[in-house]
Design a protein around this ligand. Structure first.
Ligand SMILES: NC(=O)c1ccc[n+]([C@@H]2O[C@H](COP(=O)([O-])OP(=O)(O)OC[C@H]3O[C@@H](n4cnc5c(N)ncnc54)[C@H](OP(=O)(O)O)[C@@H]3O)[C@@H](O)[C@H]2O)c1
Length: 331
């Protein structure tokens, strides 16, 4: 099968399209014929070993000290179940699925645990588009619903509102009933409004945390503000949730939660099947939509990564692997 592999950490030059063997579904696993993947900030960080701040050591230990442990990049996928391993009852051959595999998704086939982050794809959108959702929408869901406990009426400020996580955070905050202020550059504010933002701020013109508004939750997907700045814009009892943080922020966050009236929470996202099902239900109910900046074929993988690491993409960057009916055509 064709796969995007890398043998050392580095620039886009380390990416290679190669033919490698199709993986085999072991017990409890599903083999997926991949229709699309997407290139995310997680994929870029794995490729470049660009683990932020406090995550650098953990990242190298997990993903490879001298060279990548897993040769195929790609976390997000959508596709069709090609085979199931022993003991798998939740999925059957031919099922349309989407999910997050961590690595291995920039390839024509991948295997994933059936009880991992895989679920039936939404019925109402083309299968390829479903690969735009997992990384950004799962992160937004877990941070807003579980960590920030956003409820109807919660006043949420989202910094980086049209990026890979932000484009889904705006939609999900609105689904949860929040009143959303979105921060982005001028050319993206219309998109933020179309995603449901009640109010928009151009960060190149106004200080997003400097205006008179007070927020219950500030969700910073960019690393644009620190806790000190965020505190000034938080209402009493408010919570600052940065996606990027240093070790010192973890300590400050812990102290703030014990002693402070305004708190900071640092954490990492989780990925699981039940949350993917929630996303699929929202898509099918017309509440959530994939936001796709550009689509690339596999041989343009370097261009896809360059768009992602430019840090100004609008939503997701899709990698088209094979048409949904490619399997039918082979048989
Ligand atoms: N902790 C976790 O578990 C977790 C989970 C997911 C992601 N992350 C991290 O979260 C970060 C965000 O991921 P992502 O995929 O959303 O990144 P991304 O797609 O690169 O986000 C780019 C966004 O940042 C905005 N931006 C760029 N410079 C800005 C500035 N100076 N001020 C305000 N906004 C600015 C852009 O807005 P404009 O284009 O309008 O300028 C764009 O909306 C990444 O670093 C990722 O590693 C962490």
């Amino acid at each position: 099968m064709r796969a995007i592999t890398y043998e050392s950490f580095g620039s886009v030059d380390v990416l290679n399209a190669r033919d490698i063997p199709i993986p085999v579904a072991g017990p409890g696993e599903v083999l997926v014929r991949v229709v699309a993947s997407s290139v995310t900030t997680a994929d870029w960080r794995l490729r470049a070993a660009a683990f932020p701040g406090s995550m650098w050591l953990a990242g190298r230990l997990m993903f490879g000290i001298f060279r990548p442990r897993k040769p195929v990049l790609g976390g997000d996928f959508s596709g069709v179940v090609e085979a199931v391993g022993n003991g798998v009852t939740a999925f059957a051959v031919g099922d349309r699925v989407f999910g997050f595999s961590g690595t291995g998704a920039h390839a024509e086939y991948l295997t994933i645990k059936a009880d991992g982050a895989i679920a039936p794809a939404p019925d109402t959108i083309e299968l390829a588009s479903a690969a735009a959702l997992p990384f950004g929408a799962l992160s937004a869901l877990v941070f807003l619903r579980d960590y920030a406990r956003v409820k109807p009426g919660t006043r949420v400020l989202i910094i980086g509102a049209t990026g890979g996580v932000g484009a889904y955070a705006v939609q999900i905050a609105r689904i949860l009933g929040a009143e959303v202020t979105a921060v982005g550059s001028a050319s993206n504010l219309e998109l933020a409004t179309s995603l449901g933002a009640n109010r928009v701020i151009d960060y190149r013109v106004s200080d997003p945390v400097g205006d008179a508004a007070r927020y219950d939750v500030i969700f910073d997907t960019v690393g644009a503000v620190g806790f000190r700045q965020a505190r000034a814009a938080l209402a009493s009892g408010g919570l600052f949730v940065p996606l990027n943080f240093r070790l010192g922020d973890v300590v400050v966050g812990l102290v703030s939660r014990v002693l402070g009236n305004k708190r900071m929470l640092t954490s990492v996202s989780g990925d699981n099947g039940p949350d993917l099902r929630v996303l699929a239900e929202w898509v099918d109910a017309g509440k959530l939509r994939p936001v796709i900046d550009r689509r690339y074929p596999m041989d343009k993988i370097a261009d896809a990564y360059l768009l992602v690491e430019g840090r100004h993409r609008k939503g997701s960057v899709l990698l088209e692997i094979a048409p949904e009916d490619a399997g039918d055509r082979k048989s």
